[in-house]
Design a protein around this ligand. Structure first.
Ligand SMILES: [Zn+2]
Length: 413
């Protein structure tokens, strides 16, 4: 997953739904509740201490904790049409975006409503289904402030995790509960950190690997839900601030630092260098033969040097990854850094052990043979390594503190 964008000013949530308020007025109460939680982190839970003695709390009266915040997940952008079932508008069958407006149509194609945005609730006791996939919470469809039609699912962050964890780490195949708990806290921390990050686009997170893969309730698994329930509200913090908990599939044996991979600021808890027992994974080491004709589009987009003639590895990072590479083509040359190297060459990772270009008679590279380690950016928690460490008996807390240096675990709701 990647971090996209930076914090942006809060969106005026109410303005874009003015056309809807008349016919969905009954939803207002839930609307205000749900919107209120999503943009502001709740106050930390007070856990006592500070020298002030506290009275024991009877078991029957649970300690009050803050409600889980809401999260807004992008399901579709720049869409033409989508099928929606189970809405509080019983006749609603189809959502269309046309001419900068959203149109709701019934099964015969007749227009029910048309406007800049709508907030759709599920019928009592049911779930909304968008293009056949069931979702908890509400679905909003609107033209965002950048002029793009979007469909957004808004729901509790805890419920959102139920639709994320099984896609990021399936609990089948003997995965231990501790591994799922570790990944859950990483995913929760990442989601919490992401609140408000894409506000000007009208959502918090993407539903694919630009954030975390989310597929509504269609992918829920009992053991994942257990991991989510048992760690409810717990996030990783560094100096009392929520961390941006990057994680990746398979680091290849040693994690990478955020700064080198993403070419961003130094993040102390993402320095990399954590030894990782993921050698049993088929992605821990790899060998690929890449046809240049198949990656030419990526090369054009990222390097823009025309037909490739030469690749020069310029610099390796602290943990062995290639962090600078010169691309030389018939229309110039350019130095790519960090993960751009991986994207341009279509590699599994930037941990490149060997790179052997094969030229045609005119001196252009036609094929690249590459060997390397790991799959993904390698920053933060390694999913494959987490599974192995849990198998070796490590607790979720020990696993998290291994991959994210100097963190604490804090319950926020
Ligand atoms: Zn690893």
């Amino acid at each position: 997953m990647k971090m996209k964008g930076r914090k942006a000013p809060g969106l005026g949530s109410n303005s874009r739904y003015s056309s809807l308020s008349l016919f969905l007025s009954f939803s207002l109460c839930f609307f205000l509740l749900a919107c209120g939680g999503g943009k502001r982190p709740p106050a930390p839970v007070r856990t006592g201490g500070g020298g002030v003695p506290s009275l024991p709390t009877p078991d029957r009266s649970p300690v009050r904790v803050d409600q889980a915040p809401g999260i807004r997940v992008l399901l579709k952008a720049s869409f033409g049409s989508a099928a929606l079932e189970g809405s509080d508008l019983p006749l609603l069958q189809r959502i269309q975006a046309e001419g900068g407006k959203i149109t709701l149509r019934d099964g015969r194609g007749l227009v029910l409503r048309s406007g800049s945005g709508f907030r759709l609730q599920p019928l009592r006791g049911s779930m909304l289904r968008l293009d056949g996939v069931p979702y908890q919470g509400v679905i909003e469809v609107f033209v965002n402030p950048l002029g793009t039609p979007v469909i957004v699912n808004e729901l509790s962050l805890e419920t959102y995790l139920q639709g994320v964890i099984p896609n990021e780490l399936s609990s089948t195949g003997g995965v231990q509960l501790e591994a799922l708990k570790a990944l859950t806290i990483a995913a929760r921390s990442f989601a919490f950190y992401s609140l408000g990050q894409n506000a000007r686009r009208g959502f918090d997170v993407y539903s694919d690997n630009r954030s975390q893969v989310y597929r509504g309730t269609s992918s829920q698994q009992p053991l994942s839900n257990q991991a989510i329930d048992q760690t409810r509200g717990t996030i990783a913090t560094y100096q009392n601030k929520p961390i941006v908990a990057f994680y990746s599939s398979t680091c290849g044996g040693l994690t990478e630092g955020y700064q080198a991979a993403f070419q961003g600021a130094h993040i102390p808890y993402l320095e990399g260098g954590a030894a990782c027992p993921d050698s049993a994974s088929p992605n821990s080491t790899w060998e690929e033969h890449i046809q240049v004709s198949r990656i030419q589009k990526n090369l054009d987009r990222l390097a823009g040097v025309g037909r490739l003639r030469k690749l020069v590895s310029l610099r390796k990072g602290q943990w062995g990854r290639t962090v600078e590479m010169r691309f030389v083509g018939d229309r110039g040359e350019k130095v790519l850094k960090g993960l751009d190297i991986r994207s341009a060459l279509g590699l599994k990772s930037i941990w490149i052990l060997a790179l052997e270009p094969h030229h045609d008679n005119s001196g252009y590279i036609v094929e690249i043979h590459a060997r390397g380690r790991g799959w993904g950016h390698g920053v933060g928690l390694c999913q494959t390594g987490t599974v192995e460490l849990a198998r070796q008996g490590w607790s979720f807390e020990r696993i998290l503190k291994h991959y994210y240096k100097g963190i604490d675990l804090t319950r926020r709701w």
